[in-house]
Structures are given as structure tokens and as C-alpha cells.
Design a protein around this ligand. Structure first.
Ligand code: NIG
Ligand code: FE
Length: 412
């Protein structure tokens, strides 16, 4: 991280600008620089030039990378993952193909609860190593920061174990990690039929400990008929807020029971999924400036409709795109694939998509000041792509188009 790195000969550099989330027409505004160069000093961007000019201190760079005319963007930010989990759930697919729904599998003790069992059984080191391999893969795909939720422990010790794995990853892995405590992911079997008591326990015991020990920056709840209703979600989020945590909510993934309106009411940082969101819900998000974190990989994997992204943009809601990487509803961590889906399934423009996987995603995780755009003073996180432009990145799918990934001025 120390010293200077120069990336020269960039055919086109494309980036959103500023440190704030961008909604409406601003979502589609990107800066495009031709024949550009970026100089990074001690991990931060010192100067960006275009038109074939080189930065003032280019000659002092200890490392020079020639992009050979390729396309460069900021490092991608994945604003919604469930990174740390035990086992997999490949056994659910035959059930799904026979017609069992996500909620039916969950109610029969499978789904999230099956992963809870496997995560409780897994040791710290096993979870740490498995998540490290996931992060390595994400980084190779161009993701330089990611949010990661707990929520597969659902008791004090196992939630803390997941969050401590995230803490160790944050200290040791190049990818920036933003940890979220998702204690309200499902009602564990010890509290079957007693969700209010479970929320009570979480609010009394786990949330205060998590906040005091800085194990998470956000809290998140699965607000859905099969998980927590609006009242329970409000209680959990209000408690998180009182302990200084930022608010996130899994809303309207399966049915619109009011989670989106709750996000608006509580001015949550983000509302996520939003597959079934109605006009009222979108209006609430627009009014509160909450980032809509859309997860098209989950629509694909659950065989559901796609969130009304265009309508959200029309209403001025800042839209981010993320993977939702988890062992049930989206076992893929490939944010490039999500870019393809944003283009083809949501009908977003390449510029809107770049904003969605960089600055809007960064703002959804409270990092708008330091990452998400390529500008002087921000972290030197960037990707050199096997492409000439964003349109080609949106169009080609199934290959890893990241040629080189630079994290805080180092080639990773
Ligand atoms: O975002 N919906 C809740 N949580 C995850 C799925 C978790 C799982 O199925 O293991 C989601 O889709
Ligand atoms: Fe999720």
C-alpha cells in the first residue's frame, strides 16, 4: 500500500462522481475519460488525467501498469451477501423442481434453518477458510468491497461466531468487508411459534453485545410472512438504531407485507429484494432516500418476477445491484452476472448499472466517502476489464472479464 502506482494507457475510464447516492436521471450520469491514467499514492488516488497526459508525479511510480487501451471502472461493491455459512443446499433443487416453494421448504424445517444447523456445527476456522475462498473468487471477479450478513447462527454464540469470522476477514483479506448483524433472519427452532420472544431475547442480549463490541455496522431483518411481521421488524430495527447500528431490511421478497414502507418510515439505509414492491412502497423509498438494493440473481434462482427497477429509477429511488450470495436463494457470488441481469432483465442502461454496482452500493453500506468512484482522495480500487466499454461488459456473460484488479494501489 505504500508508494505510488501508475495505471496508464486506459482506453476509457468510466465512473460515477461524488460521494452521495444517485437517483433518477443522476443514476445514469457517468464521467467518461479517454486515454486516461490514474496515479495512486499510499492506497489513495492522487491524480487522474486524460487525453494522453500523465499525472504530475507519474515518474515517481514504483509500479507501472499498462492497461493497453482497456476499459477501467472503480472496483465493484457487492452491497448484499450472506458470505459466512456452513454446508450447501443442493438437496433442495429436486424439491423445488417438483414444485415446492421457498417458503414451503423453510416451513418444513429446511431452507435457512437447514443452513443454521450446519453453521452452528461448523467451527470458526472452517467458516473462516470457506469464506476466504469466496472472497478470493469475488476479488478475481472485480469486487473490492462487500457487505456480509450473519443470520445463520440465530443464537448468541453462533451469531457472534459468524461476526467474528467477518472481523478476522476484514482484518486479513484485501476485500473491504462491511458486517451486518442479521439476528432476525428466521425464527430458530428453540423459539418455534414464539417470534416475539425471540425478538425480545435478541434485543436484550445479542444486539447490545454486537453493538458494544463493534461486531457489526448494520442490522437487518427478513420482513416476510414466514419470518418476521412488520411490528416485529420495527421492534428489532428500532432496537438496533438505539444501539447506533444502521438499518437494512429484506423487504417484499415474496409478498409486500409493508417492509418497504417500514424502511421509509425508519429512514433505513437500504431496502433489499423488493421483488413484490408496489407503488406505495416505492413512493416511501423515494421520500426517505433509502437505497433499493435489487437482487436479480435471486429472482432468477427462485423463478420469480424481477423487481420494477425502471419504475424505481423513474421515481428517483437510488438503485444498487447486488448478488445476495447465499446457499439457498442465490448460490452465486458473481456480480458480473448481476450486471448482465440488470441490463437484460431490468432494462437499466450501462451507465445506470455502473452507478448501481459502485457508488450506490457504497452508499448502501456507508462507504460513499471512500469508495465507489474514481476521484482524487478516494481509495485506489479499480478494475481493468477485457472490454472497451461498459456496454460490452453488460452484454457478454458467463466469462470473467476482469483482467486485473487493483486494491488500494496494489495488484491483487
Ligand atoms: O436474501 N430471504 C432471506 N435470506 C436470503 C436467503 C437465505 C437462504 O435461503 O439461506 C435471501 O434470499
Ligand atoms: Fe439476502
Amino acid at each position: 500500500m505504500s508508494g505510488r502506482m501508475l495505471v496508464k494507457n486506459i482506453g476509457m475510464l468510466q465512473t460515477a462522481t461524488g460521494s452521495s447516492k444517485r437517483g433518477g436521471s443522476a443514476q445514469g450520469e457517468n464521467l467518461k475519460l479517454r486515454n486516461a491514467a490514474v496515479l495512486i499514492e499510499d492506497g489513495l488516488i492522487e491524480e487522474i488525467t486524460d487525453g494522453g497526459e500523465l499525472p504530475k508525479h507519474a515518474g515517481e511510480a514504483g509500479l507501472v501498469l499498462d492497461a493497453e487501451g482497456s476499459f477501467v471502472t472503480p472496483g465493484l461493491v457487492d452491497a448484499h451477501t450472506h458470505l459466512v455459512f456452513g454446508g450447501y443446499r443442493q438437496n433442495e433443487i429436486p424439491l423445488k423442481l417438483k414444485g415446492a416453494s421457498y417458503v414451503e421448504i423453510l416451513k418444513a424445517g429446511g431452507g435457512i434453518l437447514d443452513t443454521v444447523k450446519k453453521t452452528r456445527e461448523a467451527g470458526f476456522d472452517e467458516l473462516y477458510e470457506k469464506s476466504t475462498a469466496f472472497l478470493d473468487e469475488m476479488l478475481a471477479l472485480g469486487v473490492t468491497a462487500c457487505e456480509a450478513k450473519s443470520g445463520y447462527g440465530l443464537d448468541f454464540d453462533s451469531e457472534v461466531k459468524q461476526l467474528k469470522v467477518l472481523g478476522k476477514l476484514a482484518a486479513e483479506h484485501p476485500v473491504d468487508i462491511i458486517p451486518t448483524y442479521m439476528g432476525a433472519h428466521a425464527v430458530p427452532w428453540e423459539y418455534k411459534g414464539r417470534p416475539d420472544e425471540y425478538i425480545g431475547m435478541v434485543c436484550e442480549k445479542v444486539l447490545p453485545y454486537v453493538a458494544e463490541n463493534r461486531l457489526a455496522e448494520y442490522c437487518d431483518v427478513f420482513c416476510e410472512d414466514s419470518a418476521f411481521n412488520v411490528e416485529q421488524s420495527r421492534r428489532y430495527l428500532a432496537c438496533g438504531k438505539s444501539h447506533g447500528l444502521g438499518l437494512k431490511i429484506h423487504a417484499d421478497e415474496i409478498e409486500a407485507i409493508g417492509g418497504t414502507k417500514l424502511a421509509g418510515e425508519l429512514e433505513a439505509a437500504s431496502a433489499e429484494h423488493l421483488i413484490a414492491t408496489d407503488e406505495g412502497g416505492m413512493g416511501a423509498l423515494a421520500a426517505s432516500g433509502t437505497v433499493a438494493v435489487l437482487l436479480p440473481g435471486t429472482s432468477f434462482y427462485l423463478g420469480k418476477q424481477y423487481a420494477p427497477a425502471r419504475r424505481m429509477i423513474e421515481l428517483g429511488v437510488p438503485v444498487a445491484l447486488a448478488t445476495d450470495f447465499n446457499p439457498g436463494s442465490c448460490p452465486s457470488l458473481n456480480l458480473q452476472l448481476i450486471i448482465n441481469m440488470g441490463y437484460l432483465k431490468y432494462g437499466m442502461t450501462p451507465e445506470e448499472i455502473l452507478t448501481a454496482v459502485t457508488i450506490n452500493a457504497a452508499c448502501a453500506v456507508g462507504r460513499g466517502e471512500s469508495i465507489g468512484t474514481l476521484e482524487k482522495g478516494k481509495q485506489g480500487d479499480l478494475v481493468i476489464w477485457d472490454s472497451k466499454d461498459m456496454e460490452t461488459l453488460c452484454y457478454r456473460f458467463g466469462s470473467n472479464l476482469a483482467l486485473q484488479v487493483i486494491k488500494k494501489g496494489e495488484l491483487v
